[in-house]
Design a protein. Structure first.
Length: 385
């Protein structure tokens, strides 16, 4: 007997949560699990997934990232109706909006087992108090409906315990996985750099992510400006896109940094760019466990990152990179200048970074989730695959 599982995610954008959810849905043992993916329409990957006949996917136009009382209520009702008709034994939700609406709908539909993975949090310390307190209240309500809460980093577990979402002993740690064997990628660095107008002998500092407030790319530009004042031959590239891109590019232009600080948009060859880069940099203000950082480390890059959330789980200051207090642009620039001027230091820290362990393997992540499903099914006396 196959166990029916519904994975619910807000939208299929190019982010770590979406990538890992897709990989899980596609990779769960088809002889044991019958998987349906549920998501909102309008994501970057929609057309690709619609063309994938191997993964059954259901799109709801009402499931949207932005808060909307009308569409959120409609999404909740549509999700509830869908789950009542499908009768899955397990609902596994991902991302903040889908996590709240999906868990409420699953509970109303009488789904026996409800799981949520925190790839990050929908609330943070920089939000307005009213919105933040409302988000925490909703998460606490949902946590009481949930049979297992999964976290991608120990730092996120501590944050959830602090805000009353879970008891530490009940939290499940399953790392955000990466196809470790794909890194470092083979690359013709000279040709790749030339495609973006980067001189083949220029050192390259790279960052990857959505151009949204969380990733704080304004500090990426600010740090680049300070570094370039001392090391003019370095180049900075940011792979990713989002609502802040136009303003960021305007800022680069106003600082006279065009051609030296570049926003490359989303790319399918990120692994090759990591292999061609010299240093990885992250200025995120909050994170779950950034997959791009794991990929950079496995590519042998030393990293300079703000010391937030899941980043401190994997980056050891002075051992495989540098941790910087969030917002300390000057210190981040100093560390980058140090690395860029010392090839042996880059090599030593990069070699240590590349030793990141097998607990971050993406297929191991899927097996860990399968084991979790079976434990929960057995605990509730439900049939196991």
């Amino acid at each position: 007997m196959r166990v029916k599982i519904a994975h619910i995610v807000t939208q299929l954008d190019l982010g770590g949560a979406q990538h890992n959810t897709l990989h899980t849905a596609k990779s769960l043992d088809p002889g044991r699990f019958d998987v349906v993916l549920v998501c909102g329409s309008g994501g970057v990957l929609d057309s690709e997934i619609r063309a994938d006949s191997k993964l059954r996917t259901v799109f709801f136009d009402s499931l949207r990232r932005k808060i909307s009382p009308f569409y959120d209520l409609l999404a909740f009702l549509e999700l509830t109706k869908f789950l009542l008709e499908e009768k899955p034994l397990i609902v596994h939700t991902h991302s903040s909006k889908a996590g709240i609406l999906g868990r409420f709908a699953a509970a109303l539909a009488g789904v026996p087992i409800i799981i949520h993975t925190y790839h990050g949090f929908g609330f943070h310390d920089r939000q307005r108090a009213l919105y933040r307190n409302l988000a925490i209240m909703l998460e606490r309500m949902c946590s009481r409906l949930t049979h297992a809460l999964v976290f991608v980093s120990r730092a996120n577990i501590s944050y959830a315990v602090l805000h009353g979402l879970v008891r530490a002993e009940n939290a499940v740690l399953i790392r955000s996985g990466v196809a470790l064997s794909d890194f470092p990628a083979k690359v013709d660095a000279r040709t790749l750099k030339a495609t973006a107008g980067i001189g083949v002998h220029k050192l390259l500092v790279l960052s990857v992510g959505n151009l949204k407030p969380q990733k704080n790319a304004a500090d990426f530009v600010a740090v680049a400006a300070k570094v370039l004042a001392s090391v003019p031959d370095v180049r900075f590239a940011f792979i990713g896109d989002g609502p802040q891109r136009q303003a960021l590019e305007a800022r680069v232009f106003s600082l006279g940094l065009s051609g030296r600080v570049m926003f490359l948009g989303w790319r399918r060859d990120t692994a090759q760019w990591l292999a061609a880069a010299d240093v990885y940099m992250m200025t995120s203000l909050w994170e779950g466990l950034p997959r791009a950082l794991i990929e950079a480390m496995k590519s042998g890059l030393p990293s300079v990152c703000y010391a937030t959330d899941g980043i401190v789980d994997v980056l050891r200051n002075g051992v495989n990179g540098y941790l910087i207090e969030p917002g300390d642009v000057a210190n981040m620039a100093e560390r980058l200048i140090l690395l860029l001027g010392d090839p042996s230091l880059r090599q030593r820290l990069g070699a240590a970074a590349a030793e990141i362990g097998p607990e971050f393997d993406i297929d191991g992540m899927v097996r860990s989730q399968e084991n979790l499903y079976e434990r929960l099914l057995q605990a509730r006396g439900a049939p196991t695959p």
